[in-house]
Design a protein around this ligand. Structure first.
Ligand code: NAP
Ligand code: G4F
Length: 327
């Protein structure tokens, strides 16, 4: 019998990487699609799996759709990746962010409790929950939360609701507290992809400047393809638990910029980068750096792709994509 998994957020960045991993492992994969006049399957196409997923229509804000999906599919594993995941928009759309990221998780957990209590549940928690908090410049599973955005606050609710369903109803519900992870199919608004796409356009003479916000924040950036392996391992553990998934390295946005330009053979990056206050945030998370000792010891997980390899991969993919478009 094939194992079954439901993946929400199937059209985003992580959904396609996770679906590909699960399909390779022989799973039947259901993907939750919200109603769109024209849904974008580009990320699934990029990974060559757009025809291999069983799509089901539903929305995280519509509890009845989630109740019937869980009732009808009873998947062994549920990976909740759906979210309004862009921190920058969460101040302007705080209510929507809360409805999707907080109440949506409650809807899904309730559906599991009523109709499929043996389903294992993975919640896409985030290092944004730490916000200002760290201990000697590092964050792990014991670091208190101090979120800095409505997005971070919404994810703290979802984190604790996941813990609460585990403790109250004995549901196998786990949090992956993932630090920033990127790839060639990262959404274009996020800083890494905005930079690699901008660098590729500058390299090809399609653009002559890149407008960014604050270059000082530090992030612990890894590769999405590595991080979905951790998601899967978290649901294969003997007991449900919460894990930090990161690289343990931190770099400034400016370092990412410098290396991305260098990867395209452009050394005078300052000539092209402009600071634009429109991209600054009302409150910033200055530094993220995760300690992954627990994941290494209990899951046997480690990241494989380095910071430099990630940047080279993304710049190369963006140059290739634009060259292909121009042909
Ligand atoms: P993403 O690219 O923004 O994908 C999010 C997905 O959620 C999209 O496919 C989106 O659908 C879907 N979605 C949004 N609202 C929905 C709704 N009301 N109902 C159903 N689906 C909805 O995010 P990602 O980078 O893949 O991240 C996956 C998850 O991990 C998110 O929960 C994010 O918050 C969390 N996370 C990400 C990172 C990271 O660095 N990438 C780090 C920590 C945690 P549409 O395609 O239809 O818009
Ligand atoms: O790429 P970002 O938008 O990612 P951010 O805010 O760290 O959030 C991402 O990672 C979280 C995990 O920690 C996820 F939970 C979340 O869903 C998302 O995937 O911004 C990174 C940094 C920020 O400090 C931002 O202020 O880059 C800075 N930045 C500077 N200029 C910019 C820009 N960010 C964006 N998006 N665009 C800019 O022009």
């Amino acid at each position: 019998m094939k194992k079954t998994a439901l993946v929400t957020g199937i059209l985003g960045q992580d959904g396609p990487y996770l679906a590909k991993l699960l399909l390779e492992k022989g799973y039947k994969v259901y993907g939750l699609l919200r109603r769109y006049s024209t849904p974008g399957f580009g990320n699934l196409e990029y990974l060559g799996i757009e025809h291999d997923v069983d799509y089901i229509e539903g929305d995280m804000t519509d509890e009845s759709s989630l109740l019937s999906i869980i009732k009808n599919t009873r998947p062994q594993e549920v990976y909740n990746l759906a979210a309004q995941s862009f921190v920058g928009s969460s101040w302007e759309q705080a209510k929507l962010t809360t409805e999707v990221n907080s109440l949506g998780v409650l809807h899904l957990l309730n559906a599991i409790k009523y109709f499929s209590p043996t389903s294992r549940f993975y919640q896409a928690s985030t290092s944004e929950m730490f916000g200002l908090s760290h201990e000697n410049g590092i964050q792990d599973e014991n670091t208190p939360f101090h979120p800095r955005s409505p997005y971070g606050v919404s994810k703290v609710y979802a984190y604790w609701m996941t813990v609460n369903f585990r403790e109250s109803y004995n549901i196998f519900a786990s949090n992956g507290i993932l630090f920033n992870h990127e790839s060639p199919i990262r959404g274009i608004q996020f800083v890494t992809r905005k930079i690699t796409d901008g660098v590729a356009r500058i390299k090809l003479g399609l653009q002559n400047e890149l407008r960014l916000g604050n270059l000082d924040p530090q992030r612990d950036w890894g590769f999405a393809g590595d991080y979905v392996e951790a998601m899967h391992l978290i649901l294969q553990a003997d007991t449900p638990d919460d894990y930090v998934i990161a690289t343990g390295e931190t770099h400034t946005v400016q370092e990412f910029v410098e290396k991305a330009f260098a990867a395209a053979g452009i050394l005078d990056w300052k000539k092209y980068v402009q600071t634009d206050p429109r991209f600054q945030r009302p409150a910033e998370v200055p530094m993220l750096k995760g300690r992954i000792d627990k994941a290494v010891k209990q899951l046997g997980w480690k990241p494989k792709v380095s910071f430099d390899e990630l940047i080279t991969m993304m710049v190369k993919a963006d140059i290739e994509r634009l060259e292909k478009k121009a042909r």
